[in-house]
Design a binder for this molecule. Sequence first.
Ligand code: ADP
Ligand code: BMX
Ligand code: ZN
Length: 291
Amino acid sequence: MTTLAIDVGGTKLAAALVEDDLQIRERRELPTPASKTSQALCDALKTLVQPLQAQAHRVAIASTGIIREGNLLAINPGNLGGLLHFPLVQTLEALTRLPTLAVNDAQAAAWAEYHAMADDTRDMVFITVSTGVGGGVISGGRLVTGTGGLAGHLGHTLADPNGPVCGCGRVGCVEAIASGRGIAAAAQGALAGCDAKTIFSRAAEGDEQASRLVAYSAQVLARLIADTKAITDCQRVVVGGSVGLAQGYLAQVRACLEQMPPVYHVELSAAHYRHDAGLLGAALLAQGEKG
Ligand code: ADP
Ligand code: BMX
Ligand code: ZN
């Protein structure tokens, strides 16, 4: 069967056809509309899926936000231009007339990365550092979603009680500091108004402020990973998202983690499926098997 897989992120929308052997065809991307209204996202999704839907038997969506009963509920609406709620499954079923499943993006990516592991790992955590910071937990070989879909939202754990206010309403969340949006929001002077991608380029060129912002994100992420190890005793942490996968970032996270006591050390790796982990995880969940 062919799955039309869709990834709804705070910055970009992606879609592709995924075969049962996980081969990806006709991958397409669009920027995520930054709008409070559902109509803008609905229109963008229509543009994205229209050229693909005739070849698909089902739809599988990995989406930012808490996914509850097929609806997207933003914990940080600021990541979606203020959009609080979106009927994901209903919208895609109406657009495509295909059976549709939806799951949180980081939870989906965790499932794909677990699927990719050749060893006997049963407990692992996936963290995406992207527009926000998301997480997905595999415990005893099972994806933990929680009764309300909130499980694994690691970006909304505390990094600094004196830190910036997070879009979720708490003060000092990991996401408010370490995410692409968090890095950009902290930039001042010559870097004010730059996005995280630009700040990473400046850091590579030796800019001091940019290097400090990147290093602080990596340090906060390393602390989150140590907390995650203490909570789950996971065997591996996999990092994805465009910030997480940026050149040199994971090495900085690893260096920070290595400075902590050995009990907090854990195998760290970059996402095997790189930017496609969410798409493939959603497709795998639609297949209903670990493979
Ligand atoms: P989404 O959140 O939509 O899933 P991404 O994983 O691409 O999308 O994350 C978007 C964030 O990553 C933005 O803050 C963007 O500035 C940043 N980003 C994109 N490309 C890079 C890069 N090459 N290096 C560092 N940051 C990047
Ligand atoms: C936010 C939250 C999570 C999501 C994470 C990463 C919203 C809209 N999203 O913490 O559900 O998993 O961002 O999302 O509240 P991304 O857009 O950065 O991939
Ligand atoms: Zn938060």
